[in-house]
Design a protein around this ligand. Structure first.
Ligand SMILES: Cc1cc2nc3c(=O)[nH]c(=O)nc-3n(C[C@H](O)[C@H](O)[C@H](O)COP(=O)(O)O)c2cc1C
Length: 253
């Protein structure tokens, strides 16, 4: 594979705040395997460490630091424990705080469960959510079943068979992240016109996606497309510096 000019940024999101969570050693193993890879930056984003607002929902709860990391990311690894045959509610709450930041980025899910299915049920339920966020899910998962037996008391992985599975999962994720970055930065939407200038470096950006959003403010009603039922937001990425930005479809260039 041709190495990208800029390192890919692939954070690992640990999706639970539960005391004694076994998803933490799982996230650490995946992070460690990611960290070995060249041309890639990663870090652990622990939802327990985010300044999480629970008095509202959606983009109203956006944290500037988390939003910037999502905007910068090329792919996400979600470590998702299975709770009552579903995914973690707090993981969903945190993901819901962003929207445009995710568009045409790759995502892979690591399921974690005490039972025998390795979080598979939660992963299946998460997939339509990820699609609505604009993320592109890979088809490899990693499934940590009976996770309470997978690590020793010091948090060291007992079953080394997980490592080649994580390797295959990361191979696909990196391929997808590389491919989608190329698309975001170089493959334009059909009939794309009036290029946007990069707010960071001034280069001509590539228009790679459009998303219909609800007008948040009555003053924005002028920009509602009646046929589409909302405001069309264009997503642009910069081939020179990798910045992502968006604008109303009807805005002047
Ligand atoms: C509210 C709740 C519901 C759970 N439901 C399931 C379940 O449906 N299936 C299962 O295999 N494990 C279930 N578990 C156990 C977790 O999968 C287990 O704790 C595992 O280690 C992953 O979660 P953790 O990171 O919080 O430890 C549940 C745990 C909690 C706290």
């Amino acid at each position: 594979m041709v190495a990208p000019a800029r390192a890919l940024y692939v954070p690992v999101i640990l999706g639970t705040v539960r005391q004694g969570r076994m998803s933490l050693p799982v996230a650490r193993v995946v992070l460690s395997e990611l960290s070995r890879r060249p041309d890639l930056e990663t870090e652990l984003i622990d939802v327990a460490q985010l300044p999480l607002r629970v008095d509202d929902a959606g983009e109203a709860t956006k944290d500037a630091g988390f939003s910037e990391k999502m905007r910068r990311s090329d792919a996400l690894v979600l470590v998702s424990p299975e709770y009552n045959h579903g995914y973690s509610g707090l993981l969903k709450h945190v993901l819901d705080s962003c929207l445009k930041e995710y568009v045409h980025k790759a995502v892979g899910v690591v399921g974690v469960s005490a039972g025998p299915f390795g979080g598979a049920r939660g992963i299946q339920d998460l997939l339509p959510v990820l699609r609505e966020l604009g993320l592109a899910a890979i088809f490899w998962d990693v499934n940590f079943s009976t996770v309470q037996n997978a690590f020793d008391e010091s948090g060291t992985l007992r079953d080394q068979a997980y490592l080649p599975r994580i390797d295959k999962f990361l191979n696909e994720l990196v391929w997808m992240a590389t491919t989608l970055r190329h698309g975001r930065e170089r493959v334009a939407m059909p009939q794309s016109e009036s290029p946007m200038r990069c707010p960071k470096c001034g280069a001509e950006m590539n228009h790679h996606a459009e998303k219909v959003l609800q007008a948040a403010d009555p003053a924005e009603e002028w920009s509602v497309d009646p046929a589409l039922g909302g405001v069309v937001e264009e997503m642009h990425s910069c081939p020179a510096c990798g910045a992502n930005a968006s604008r109303r479809a009807s805005a002047p260039a």
